[in-house]
Design a protein around this ligand. Structure first.
Ligand SMILES: C[S@@+](CC[C@H](N)C(=O)[O-])C[C@H]1O[C@@H](n2cnc3c(N)ncnc32)[C@H](O)[C@@H]1O
Length: 310
């Protein structure tokens, strides 16, 4: 009996030790410092605060994007799609996809290609009767995206909800999936996508290196990584104007339109903290990507980084 009691006590001590270690390592992780804009915070706090920012701004996100960039974000996103050149059958992961802007452009691009393809086919069949022509259209209609699919993945359910409502309103029901997930731990198997995009998302992620490794993992061999992100302005005059605009106008717009100064203050600060074009290029290479390069748009206000999984 005494022996049993001493064995039991020994086991309990062991368990307590394990629990103590687990608690210590958890507390250590949550205490590890990072930044939220210009403030030093724990990693756990950053995750929570980033979540809150996008939860708060979700309903005004699109209107604020237009107001802050004077509509220029549309041009930057179009440019990303021109670089991607979607092809029929392509599988896209639109990471941190928010309200779906990149995926909607992807669908538009595939639809336009399909229209072009139908027109070309009809040109070669000039002697077809009207019923034949209408049949050709109907056949093409069956797979109107020709197997292409975009998966919009975002950690924030509120952003996804707004995006899904927008997709239904604008008639983008086919070829889209909406998935809640963390860029640092993707809910997808290896080698699944042809293209991984992350537009204005990566600077919000706590461990950027981890997100890049996950991007590499889920891409098929030959697949492409494309990141559109705010970057470092390379024109001194524009840089001065941009600084004044960022710190003195954007938070005010945030307050007036979205009643949320703090979220837009964070936005501006997080942009300034993001690595330079060259530093980010090196990080992408470290994750295993090949042929990494970048293009500055609007004198480096944003940059598009590209790399391949070869
Ligand atoms: C500025 S919005 C960009 C949305 C969209 N890509 C666009 O260009 O309009 C940033 C998005 O990143 C998401 N995000 C932040 N951290 C994330 C993470 N760890 N994993 C996935 N998404 C994240 C936010 O929820 C938010 O929807």
């Amino acid at each position: 009996m005494a022996h049993m009691r001493s064995v039991l006590r020994g086991r309990l001590c062991g368990m307590r030790e394990i629990l103590r270690c687990q608690k210590a390592s958890y507390t250590e992780a949550s205490r590890k410092e990072t930044h939220f804009g210009f403030q030093a915070v724990s990693e756990e706090e950053k995750r929570e605060r980033v979540y809150k920012v996008f939860e708060n701004v979700a309903h005004n996100y699109d209107i604020m994007n237009d107001a802050m960039s004077l509509g220029v974000h549309r041009f930057w996103k179009d440019w990303l799609l021109q670089l991607m050149k979607p092809t029929p059958g392509m599988q896209l992961l639109d990471m941190a996809g928010g309200t779906g802007d990149i995926s909607f452009r992807f669908i538009n691009y595939i639809r336009a290609q399909r229209e072009k393809w139908i027109r070309q086919e009809l040109k070669f069949q000039q002697d077809l009767s009207w019923p034949d022509i209408s049949k050709t259209y109907q056949n093409k209609e069956e797979g109107s995206l020709m197997g292409s699919r975009a998966v919009i993945c975002d950690i924030n359910k509120e952003m996804l909800k707004v995006g899904l409502q927008k997709s239904l309103r604008l008639g983008y029901s086919e070829g889209l999936s909406w998935v809640a997930g963390d860029a640092e731990e993707l809910p997808f198997g290896d080698d699944k996508f042809d293209v991984y995009t992350i537009a204005f998302g990566i600077r919000n992620v706590t461990h950027i290196e981890q997100a890049l490794q996950e991007a590499y993992r889920v891409l098929k061999p030959g697949g492409r990584f494309l990141c559109l992100e705010f970057s470092h302005v390379n024109n001194p005059l524009l840089s001065k104007i941009y600084d004044v605009y960022s710190f003195q106008v954007i938070p005010v717009l945030g307050e007036v339109i979205a009643k949320d100064w703090k979220s837009y203050q964070y936005l501006v600060e997080s942009i300034r903290r993001f690595p330079s074009q060259e530093e980010f290029k090196a990080m992408i290479e470290d994750a295993g990507f090949s042929k990494v390069n970048y293009h500055n748009l609007t004198s480096g206000v944003v940059a598009v980084h590209s790399g391949f999984k070869l």
